[in-house]
Each structure stands twice: as structure tokens, then as C-alpha cells.
Design a protein around this ligand. Structure first.
Ligand code: ADP
Length: 805
């Protein structure tokens, strides 16, 4: 129980308003004062009993506080010491004596004087509860100072020894760092028990905040330490590397790569993965193999055009102009492409079908793709698929393999430097297969618009969006394109060029192009139309215009040399008469002109991936024992076809005037020369039958006739493919009559008009119609097999192989 005190009486004394601090009874405090009013108040107190009422301002910013700006409760303090620090400043040493309330301010100027009522000590009962409260306060204080080591030990001692709850609360409040409002809150509380309760609450909050603060700052510190550590280590590595004279150390390079990766604005997954690789790279010993593999990988990834695209041009008129500027004809391709462009203009989403250009070499497949790229403002890259046999060629090798690199598709994208180029997949029909996977399956992944937006090359190992790439493919032979790929593409067939088309292409496109390429002015080199016709006729034999372009190029080179070496040179005109001098002797002649009708030699027609071809077939019959020999590069189907032809003739031996036992007494040799291109297929059936008949009957075959058609054992003529190309070859060789199967008549619509104008097509149903047309000297044939006897056609069948060799 604290002792009751006498009733206090109102006193008048100078008031010292302080900012941001609170003086407690029983505490010594030192502080500076500078305000004039405060100095005067202190002086007045010194002149009297050295007592002053110290009270805290509610508003820190107020310079001239009045009664309203002061808290009510303050402390009557005794001035212990005054030190003048400057002209106006004073350092004051005071001791708080007792709580007091300011009842009124009775003077404002020149300093504050107040009417002060000392607070009565409130009496209370010391109990277990107060004891408990005291202990809690002491423990909390102890905990509190654990964070604040700088609290002097005698203060802790003071706290531990204090038994009076009110004084304990004052003592603790005075010695911890609280803001002045919280301290004032303790001062305001006149009841000692309530005061200690309030202090405990404040201490509790304070400790919680401090714990949190500490946790946060600890975390920040740890993070900082980690960064600091990494930084220090990197710096050390750099220093070591520079000591060793290894200037490009992995750390520096990794930093550079890191900066580049950050600048790329990659998708989150890619970015994180590459940064991780960078960290791994930084730890690699300088010059190590693995380090350099990793560097190449990172550089490759960084160089990919993740976000670089060329601005797409969708101007139809401009595109059409470019396509027509570079290419003659090719209407189907041009139209198909302009349609795609139009759709693209209407819909952003349109992921166009993949166009596949099929046709013989040199008909402009590659070069039109280049023009399409230019017309749409895309970069152009060609990927040759010829001979690609492994899946890894398309998809890349995993980077763990020695010498691994990205597949051809990603390499092309990298080469383009944009993510929306036109990629020409050349010769898709030449894709091979090996035990290392099927490349066509990988290509499906590349071309499928559903899948290619996240194409994952094995080497790059990150998804890359290929959906903006325009893929165009080319092939010579549509039938050799792997089925699933074929289904996915829009196939456009380009046929061989006629003589007239070649002439037009040469004069309008190839000559100007070659002149420009060789730096020759149009006025310096001219080609007469006759010379051009002769070049096409006598120096080239091809479906496209590649050799023609090369031949024109070689003339340009020769003239370029003359321009440079002859001072007098003005102009040169290529005429028929100087072709020999420029190009050497003719390479081809309309060979039929000087050919003669021969026994056992027939003009077959073949279709290969490089276009139509004449396929001469020779048959020789000799006395012997019935042996049959087949030579030339003939495929299996062709051999079967030869057997069928032979059997068919045997069944007609009697009618044809051939000895019926010829197959036991004569050896027959069938040969298809010019075997550079392997030939297969059943379409030479009637040609072989005709040659065998001619050889057996010793009757010559007309050299102006060519033929194509499959033969059955019964002598029916079945339809064939590639009529357009075959007839073109016949026309080129100067053939006058082409015998074709009746069922191919609808295909004549596709045959070029020039060819139709120069060649007579004779449709036939049976071999018996073929023989009199090709071997007119065969006596009495016509009458034996009248037209009326022609059977109704059966559906197309492959002949049953009868090999008797
Ligand atoms: P492909 O890819 O079909 O083998 P290219 O595209 O290499 O053929 O063509 C060979 C050359 O012939 C190229 O210089 C090309 O410009 C030219 N060429 C082909 N067709 C045409 C055409 N219709 N108009 C103009 N030039 C053509």
C-alpha cells in the first residue's frame, strides 16, 4: 500500500513546452532548448525555486504553442544544471519530481506561466495481481532489451528492484524507445495499476513489431549476403582469370549472355531455362569442352528470332505484279497464292494450307517460291530435303551429343533471322528413311498448324512458334511423297514447257536476267529469234528451262570476255550461223529426221520424275533354244510387262505368220538402251509387243510413230499415266503419230495445244490395232482382226506375270 499524501495545492510556475520527449517523475533527463520562450521560462525558474513545469506539445510543428497545443499532464521538474551551448541555445539537465496537471495558462508572454496542480498519488492495494503485472513488465522489458543491447545494466537493475507498479511503469517507459505519444499515454495514466497494464500492452505490441522487423531484415540480409557472396566470388574469379591472362573468362561471358537473354523478352519458360544454363556455364572451367558446347548452345538460342518478324505485306496488286514480273505463265501457282494472300488479309488466324509444287526440274518451282517470299515481304530460306534420312536432320540432336546442332528447320529459321520467313522444303519426295527414325513423321510435326506453334527442336529444347512461317514444298514425283505428308498439302502440278513457252521465257525472262547477271547491256548482246529457237532445239532437251538458262549464261560469259578484251566492241548478235562457234556442235537433233524405219526398234515413251522421255526399245531374234534375255535398267514391273507382251504375241503367232514353235528355236533379246534413268512401269507393254513382232516377222517399224500403253495377255491395251509429259517428249523428238490407249482419250485435254497441232494421236483398244499402224508392211494384218470384233473394255488390270527366261 503506498502512503497517502497531503492534498496538493495549486501552484504558479513557468511552463517549459518540449517537443517529442516526455519527462517522467523520478527521472533525470538532459535536453537542449533553443526557443526564446523556453529560455526565458528556464531563466525565470532559475531566478525563483528552479522548478519548472515540463509538458509535451501535442503538435511537434508548432513553434509558439498555446494552452491548446499542450498535453494536460506534465511533470514538475527541478533544473539541475544549465549549460549554455551557444548564444541562444541551452543544454538543460532536469529531474522530474511529480506528475502535475496544468489547469490554466495565466501568462503567454514573454514566456508561459501556468497554474499547476500536482497530481495526487493514487493509493492502491499491493496484491498478487499487481505483483504478477510487475513481473510481466519486468520480463517483457528484459526481452525488449535483448534486441537493444545498448541499455546500460544499471537500468535493468533499477527495473528489477522496483516494486511499486506505478513507478515501475514510469521507469520502464522512460527507458525504452517509444514515440512520445505512447510515452504520454503512460504519463497520463494516474492510476498505478492501470498504468502498468497499459505499459504491458505497449511492450507486447512493441516486441511483436520488433520480432517481425527482425525477421524481415534478417531475410533481406540473407538475400543480400547471398548476392554479395555471389558477387564477391565472381569478382574473385574475374581477378584470377585476369591474373592468368585469360581475359574472356566464363563469368564475364555468362554475364554478357545473361544480359542478352534478359533483353530478348522471351517467354517465361525459355527465359528461366536459358538463365539457368548461363549459371551453369559460368561455373565451367575456362576452355573446357563442356563449357564451349554450352556457349555455342546459348549463343544459338540467343540468335533465334524469338520476337523478330518482318512486316507482312498483304497488298494483292503488288504481289501479283512481282509474280508476273519474275515468271511467265504458272497461272495455277500464282492464283493459288494470291487466294491465300486474300484469305490472310481477311483473317489473321488463317493458317494456310501448305502448298506443294510438283513438276520436273527447271520449271520454276524454286524461283517462284522466292518471288512469293518477296511478294509477301518475307525472308526466303531453302531447305534441301534430298537425302535426309534421319529424324535428327529435321529435329536436331540433343545437345548432349558431340557435335550436336539444331535440325534443318530451326537452322533455317535462325538463318532467316525472322520468325515469319518463307521456308522452301525442296525435294520432299526425296526424303529417305533409316533405322534412326522416319524424317517424314518429324516433318508432319513441322507442317501441322495444330502442333507447330510450340515446335520443339531436340537441340534447342525450348518450344518455338513456327505458326507464322509460310512453308512451301517442292517435289518432282508426287507419287514418291510419303502419304501422310501428301494428304496434308495442297498439290499443284507444273508440267513441262513447250518449245514456244521456252522461247517466250528465254526472251522475256532468262536473257534479261543473264545479261544483268553478267553486267552486259541489252544493246551489247542480242539474240535473233531463229538463234534462240535453234538453241532450244539443238542444245537443250529438257522439261524445264534450266539448261537453256545455263546455255544462255555461257554465251553471255563469252561475250563478256570479248567486251572486256576488245576495245572496239560495240554489239554482238547471236545468229544461227555463229551458234557452233559459241556453243560447239549441236547436242541434239530432231533425231527422227535422220532416223530410218528399222526392224525390231520401236519408239516407246516413258515418264520419269524429270519429265517425259523417248524410250527406244530394241528386240533382236536369233537362232537358238528359246532363251529370253532382258537388258537395260528395267524394273520388275517392266520385266513382267515384257513377258506378257511375248505371251500375247505367241498367241497370235499363227495370224502374224510367225512360226508357231519360235519360242523353242529362237533366242529373243529385249533391250532398252539409254539406261541412265531407271525405267519401270507397265506402260511400255505395247511397244515391246510391237518390237518383238517386228523382229520375228523381219518387218520394219515406222520411225515416225511412238506409242505407250500397257498390254494384257489377250492383247488388250490398258491406260497409262503421264500422257502430257510423254506426248511432249514425242513432240520434241519430231514424232508424227502417237498411239495411246483408248481409255486415255480424256487426258488429251491436258495435252498442250502446240503438241496437238503437230502430233496425231491414235487411240487403240487392242494390240491388233497397234501393229498395222506401226508395221504397215506386215501383210494381211488388218483383215484378220476387224474393228467389230473389239471386245468391251475390262477394268484396268496388271498382267499376270509369266516369266519364261
Ligand atoms: P525448279 O525449282 O523447278 O527445278 P528453278 O526454279 O530452279 O526450277 O528454275 C530454273 C530457272 O528457270 C530459274 O532461273 C527460273 O527463274 C527460270 N524459270 C523457270 N520457269 C520460269 C517461268 N515460267 N518464267 C520465268 N523464268 C522461269
Amino acid at each position: 500500500m503506498s502512503k497517502p499524501t497531503n492534498s496538493p495545492e495549486l501552484r504558479t510556475m513557468p511552463v517549459l513546452a518540449v517537443r517529442g520527449l516526455v519527462v517522467f517523475p523520478g527521472m533525470m533527463l538532459q535536453f537542449d532548448i533553443g526557443r526564446k520562450k523556453s529560455v526565458l521560462a528556464v531563466k525565470a525558474a532559475l531566478d525563483a525555486d528552479r522548478l519548472v513545469f515540463v509538458v509535451t506539445q501535442t503538435d511537434l510543428s508548432e513553434n509558439e504553442p498555446t494552452a491548446e497545443d499542450l498535453y494536460k499532464v506534465g511533470v514538475i521538474a527541478k533544473i539541475k544544471q544549465v549549460v549554455h551551448t551557444s548564444d541562444e541555445g541551452i543544454k538543460l539537465h532536469v529531474e522530474g519530481l511529480s506528475r502535475a496537471e496544468i489547469m490554466a495558462v495565466i501568462q503567454d508572454e514573454p514566456y508561459l506561466i501556468g497554474s499547476i496542480l500536482p497530481c495526487e498519488e493514487v493509493s492502491f492495494r499491493q496484491s498478487y495481481k499487481t505483483e504478477a503485472l510487475n513481473r510481466i513488465a519486468q520480463e517483457k522489458f528484459e526481452e525488449y532489451i535483448r534486441w537493444f543491447r545498448q541499455v546500460p545494466p544499471d537500468i535493468l537493475l533499477g527495473v528489477m528492484q522496483q516494486k511499486d507498479s506505478g513507478k515501475l511503469a514510469d521507469f520502464i517507459a522512460a527507458n525504452i524507445s517509444l514515440d512520445f505519444e505512447q510515452k504520454q499515454c503512460i504519463l497520463d495514466e494516474l492510476h498505478p495499476v492501470r498504468r502498468i497494464v497499459r505499459l504491458n500492452e505497449i511492450l507486447n505490441d512493441e516486441i511483436q513489431v520488433m520480432t517481425l522487423e527482425r525477421e524481415i531484415s534478417q531475410k533481406a540480409q540473407e538475400q543480400m549476403d547471398e548476392n554479395q557472396r555471389a558477387y564477391m566470388l565472381r569478382e574473385q574469379m574475374r581477378a584470377i582469370a585476369s591474373e592468368l591472362g585469360e581475359e574472356d573468362n566464363p563469368q564475364e561471358e555468362s554475364d554478357e549472355l545473361r544480359a542478352k537473354i534478359e533483353a530478348l523478352q522471351l517467354p517465361q519458360v525459355a527465359r528461366e531455362k536459358l538463365l539457368k544454363e548461363c549459371d551453369r556455364f559460368a561455373k565451367m572451367p575456362y576452355g573446357s569442352h563442356e563449357g564451349s558446347v554450352m556457349r555455342v548452345y546459348l549463343e544459338t538460342c540467343i540468335e533465334l528470332p524469338w520476337n523478330t518478324a518482318s512486316p507482312e505485306r498483304l497488298d494483292l496488286a503488288r504481289a501479283e505484279k512481282i509474280l508476273n514480273r519474275d515468271h511467265y505463265g504458272m497461272q495455277k501457282v500464282k492464283e493459288r497464292f494470291l487466294e491465300t494472300l486474300a484469305v490472310r488479309k481477311l483473317s489473321d488466324q488463317a493458317t494456310g494450307q501448305i502448298i506443294c509444287l510438283v513438276g520436273p526440274p527447271g520449271v520454276g518451282k524454286t524461283s517462284i517460291a522466292k518471288s512469293i517470299a518477296e511478294a509477301t515481304g518475307r525472308k526466303y530460306v531453302r531447305v534441301s530435303l534430298g537425302g535426309v534420312r534421319d529424324e535428327a536432320d529435321i529435329m536436331g540432336h540433343r545437345k548432349t551429343y558431340v557435335g550436336s546442332m539444331p535440325g534443318r528447320i530451326m537452322a533455317a529459321v535462325k538463318q532467316a533471322g525472322t520468325n515469319n520467313p518463307l521456308i522452301l522444303l525442296d525435294e520432299i519426295d526425296k526424303l529417305g528413311q533409316s533405322f534412326k527414325g522416319d524424317p517424314s513423321a518429324s516433318l508432319l510435326e513441322v507442317l501441322d498448324p495444330e502442333q507447330n506453334s510450340a515446335f520443339q527442336d531436340h537441340y534447342i529444347d525450348l518450344p518455338f512458334d513456327l505458326s507464322h512461317v509460310l512453308f512451301v514444298t517442292t517435289a518432282n514425283d508426287a507419287s514418291a511423297i510419303p502419304g501422310p505428308l501428301y494428304d496434308r498439302m495442297d498439290v499443284i502440278t507444273l508440267g513441262s514447257y513447250t518449245h514456244d513457252e521456252k522461247f517466250h521465257i528465254a526472251s522475256k525472262y532468262l536473257i534479261p536476267k543473264q545479261l544483268k547477271k553478267h553486267g552486259i547491256k541489252a544493246a551489247q548482246l542480242k539474240f535473233t529469234p531463229n538463234a534462240l529457237h535453234a538453241i532450244i532445239e539443238n542444245y537443250t532437251r529438257e522439261a524445264g528451262v534450266r539448261t537453256l538458262e545455263r546455255t544462255i549464261g555461257s554465251i553471255c560469259r563469252k561475250i563478256a570476255k570479248r567486251i572486256v578484251s576488245e576495245e572496239e566492241f560495240k554489239t554482238y548478235s547471236v545468229k544461227i550461223s555463229n551458234l557452233e562457234e559459241l556453243l560447239g556442235p549441236k547436242k541434239f537433233t530432231k533425231d527422227n529426221a535422220d532416223k530410218q524405219d528399222e526392224i525390231g526398234l520401236v519408239n516407246g515413251l516413258a515418264w520419269t520424275s524429270v519429265g517425259g522421255e523417248m524410250l527406244p526399245i530394241e528386240v533382236a531374234v536369233m537362232e537358238g533354244t528359246g532363251k529370253i534375255q532382258l537388258t537395260g535398267s528395267l524394273g520388275d514391273v517392266m520385266k513382267e510387262s515384257a513377258s506378257a507382251a511375248l505371251t500375247c504375241i505367241r498367241t497370235r503367232a499363227d495370224r502374224l505368220g510367225i512360226e508357231s514353235d519360235f519360242y523353242t528355236k529362237k533366242d529373243i533379246h529385249i533391250h532398252a538402251p539409254e539406261g541412265a534413268v531407271p525405267k519401270d512401269g507397265p506402260s511400255a507393254g505395247i511397244a515391246m509387243a510391237t518390237a518383238i513382232t517386228s523382229a520375228l516377222c523381219k518387218a520394219p517399224i515406222l520411225h515416225s510413230v511412238a506409242m505407250t500403253g500397257e498390254i494384257t495377255l489377250q492383247g488388250r491395251v490398258l491406260p497409262i499415266g503421264g500422257l502430257r509429259e510423254k506426248s511432249m517428249a514425242a513432240y520434241r523428238s519430231g514424232i508424227k503419230t502417237v498411239i495411246i490407249p483408248q481409255q486415255n482419250v480424256p487426258d488429251l485435254a491436258e495435252v498442250d495445244q502446240v503438241v496437238k497441232d503437230h502430233v496425231q494421236f491414235v487411240p487403240v483398244r487392242r494390240i491388233d490395232e497397234v501393229l498395222p499402224l506401226a508395221i504397215p508392211s506386215l501383210v494381211g494384218l488388218q483383215s484378220r482382226e476387224p474393228e467389230s470384233k473389239i471386245h468391251v473394255e475390262q477394268p484396268q488390270q496388271r498382267p499376270v506375270p509369266v516369266l519364261r527366261q
